[in-house]
Design a protein around this ligand. Structure first.
Ligand SMILES: Cc1cc2nc3c(=O)[nH]c(=O)nc-3n(C[C@H](O)[C@H](O)[C@H](O)COP(=O)(O)OP(=O)(O)OC[C@H]3O[C@@H](n4cnc5c(N)ncnc54)[C@H](O)[C@@H]3O)c2cc1C
Length: 453
């Protein structure tokens, strides 16, 4: 048995940030990661000597969380911006597909300006007029919030849901708009919409003038490097980081928590659970709680040898509407988006990432599949022989859900068990990192105030 001030369960970015900040603040920290490498959803893949992200590949610049972390921790990483191409949308049915740039000023697919040419191009003039009338509806209130799908369809019209919000929601958040509420998915937009009385007012308040997909940053060499550097920095400060060790159970005891793994029992004054939602639920709910099924998320990367893509026909990539007969919900033209990646590829070679609509549904396995899908989504004919390499990665626990309710969370806190990561902070590095840093700071300050008493 060994003991620590703090045990962190899960070595994704949240767990690594907490381990790093807490050890630097003087705590004795052990981090336990089930996989054989840290990073969680920050993962790298390689084609020969070309390394690239097969998990998260950017961060939203709406918070300075990533930049602050890199600066404070002194990590040798260079922040970069994506190329200016912006993202496109593919919508419609096979008979009449529309490929168009995503409207510039939209938030979660809700346009700020219904009369903008890029909005009318996607909705048509009738659809845009229906959207414009949203401002005249009775003021939106916070009471009885319906699902995002119902909210958008009833207020803005079915085309806004079908062509903009549903594709964005499914490709960015991996959830259908019918299964989520705006207040949880995008609290800032919800608050602005309630305060302005309409979704259009909310979008107007939150939209930026950036091209769709441009309000993000990246790291030269790939986002996976953030996890690798944090791991190294935390170890250098004295954190114990153990990979390949799965936590099986947490048992609160008098003044400490027992962290039970297959090999050992660790004891700590405080424990942070920084796993995905399903794993957190399995660790934190009473043993007789019903198990929730989770959907896997699959990302496929393909290296394509044809100079037809040198013109970047779809900018940084496409978001795919559910009505399009495609096995993918999004495609990123990765080297068109990231100049650092483009520089690593030989001339005429292009790297695509495809996010599967459903990890269990076939359609993105073979060179034939990949050539067909890339052709459909980009409008550029690709031959199966042009696909020179491909790889797929599955994420079994990437869909974000609150693992426990607020009451249980506060009981756990009292017992010394805290929650971090996307399951409580919301998906995305811009949310996860500041939340993890705040938690590390509060755990460290409690500890230092105790040691001075
Ligand atoms: C395909 C994909 C692309 C994404 N792209 C972006 C993007 O471009 N920009 C962005 O901001 N966000 C993106 N996200 C979201 C972002 O990656 C996540 O919100 C963030 O990385 C979550 O980090 P985390 O530390 O909370 O969880 P995770 O990264 O899921 O880490 C949890 C860790 O806990 C470990 N674990 C689980 N159970 C146990 C156990 N019992 N014992 C020990 N360890 C355990 C897991 O192995 C894992 O390493 C993307 C997500 C996916 C799936």
């Amino acid at each position: 048995m060994s003991s620590a001030d703090l045990v962190v369960v899960g070595g994704g970015v949240a767990g690594l940030v907490i381990a790093h900040d807490a050890v630097r603040a003087g705590l004795n920290v052990t981090l336990v990661e089930a996989a054989d490498r840290v990073g969680g959803l920050l993962q790298r893949a390689e084609f020969g000597d070309i390394a690239f992200d097969i998990g998260a590949e950017s961060f939203a610049t709406r918070t300075s969380g990533v930049a602050d972390l890199i600066a404070d921790a002194g990590l040798p990483l260079t922040l970069v911006s994506p190329a200016s191409g912006g993202a496109h949308l593919v919508t419609g049915a096979a008979s009449g597909m529309l490929r168009a740039p995503l409207p510039r000023r939209t938030v979660l697919g809700i346009p700020a300006d219904p009369s903008a040419a890029d909005v009318v191009r996607i909705l048509g003039s009738d659809g845009a007029a229906r959207l414009a009338a949203e401002r005249d509806l009775p003021a939106l209130t916070a009471a009885d919030e319906p699902s995002l799908a119902e909210l958008v369809a009833t207020r803005c019209g079915p085309l806004v849901l079908e062509r903009l919000v549903e594709p964005l929601c499914q490709s960015v958040y991996s959830q259908p708009a019918g299964a989520v509420r705006l207040s949880r998915l995008h609290p800032m937009l919800w608050r602005a919409a309630v305060s302005g009385g309409s979704l259009l007012a909310g979008a107007e308040a939150c939209a930026t003038d950036d091209r769709a997909g441009a309000a993000v940053g990246g790291i030269a060499g790939g986002m996976w490097r953030l996890a690798a550097e944090l791991d190294g920095a935390a170890r250098a400060q004295g954190a114990q980081i153990r990979t390949g060790v799965s936590v099986l159970r947490l048992t609160p005891e008098e003044g400490s928590v027992a962290v039970i793994t297959a090999e050992a029992v660790l004891r700590a004054e405080r424990v942070v659970v920084a796993t995905g939602s399903a794993a957190a639920r399995a660790l934190l709910e009473p043993a007789d709680a019903p198990l929730e099924s989770t959907r896997r998320v699959r990302v496929i990367a393909a290296l394509v040898d044809t100079s037809a893509f040198d013109v970047r026909p779809v900018g940084s990539g496409v978001i795919v509407a559910p009505t399009v007969p495609s096995a993918a919900k999004a495609l990123t033209h990765a080297n068109a988006k990231w100049p650092w990646l483009d520089e690593t590829l030989p001339p005429g070679r292009h790297l695509f990432r495809l996010s599967a609509r459903a990890a269990d549904t076939p359609g993105l396995e073979t060179p034939d599949d990949l050539a067909r899908e890339i052709t459909l989504l980009t409008g550029i004919a690709v031959d199966p022989g042009d696909i020179i390499a491909s790889t797929a990665t599955d994420y079994p626990d990437a869909v974000v859900r609150a693992p426990v309710d607020d009451l249980r969370r506060s009981e756990l806190r009292t017992a010394g068990i805290h929650l971090a990561g996307a399951s409580v902070a919301g998906a995305g590095l811009a949310s996860v990192i500041p939340h993890a840093r705040d938690l590390a700071a509060s755990l460290s300050s409690v500890s230092s105030s105790r040691s001075t008493v």
